[in-house]
Design a protein around this ligand. Sequence first.
Ligand code: ADP
Length: 178
Amino acid sequence: MPSYKNIVLECVQGNITKQPDISAIVNAANAQLRTGGGVAGAIHRAAGPKLAEECRAKAPISPGEAVISGAYNLPNQYVIHCLGPVYGQDKPEEELLANCYRNALKLAEEHENDSIAFPAISTGVFGYPTREAATVAFETIRDTLEQLESVKEIRFVLFSEEDLRIHQRMLEEIFKPD
Ligand code: ADP
């Protein structure tokens, strides 16, 4: 498995709700932290209604912000909810998307998670082009790796084969293996 500064960094095709070996999964949330379509719908369905209950007190959040909750019926310990920027609307979108990854990793560290799984935040209904979003994601992670102490594994879970291919290519461009 590819590792960089002793941290495993990988891309897989799959469903973010089916990552039982990961301690914290990231939700591509909406501002109200409610269920919805895409990742948020899948996470809330799999976690059960207690997730929405806990989230109610933490909402609303703004673009780039991240909050952490329990994972309830999901096979993980935590869900980290990030609000990505709506492409062409929330500006500067690169910085806001980078903040999502930075803030999610910070929360994962504060709660001593050893592993975290991300979906491709903002690339669904929020319309961020996948290649550009992947560049922001991996550059931000590259610049954060040195600060990680608890987190030893970062996984990107991509829904489609094409998104997987794009992410794998960007990962190889941005990271040089140990
Ligand atoms: P956003 O509102 O931030 O754009 P979406 O949930 O609409 O978030 O989509 C983000 C990305 O996650 C899209 O590429 C979408 O295809 C993908 N996706 C949707 N459902 C899942 C899932 N269950 N697991 C992993 N990725 C998913």
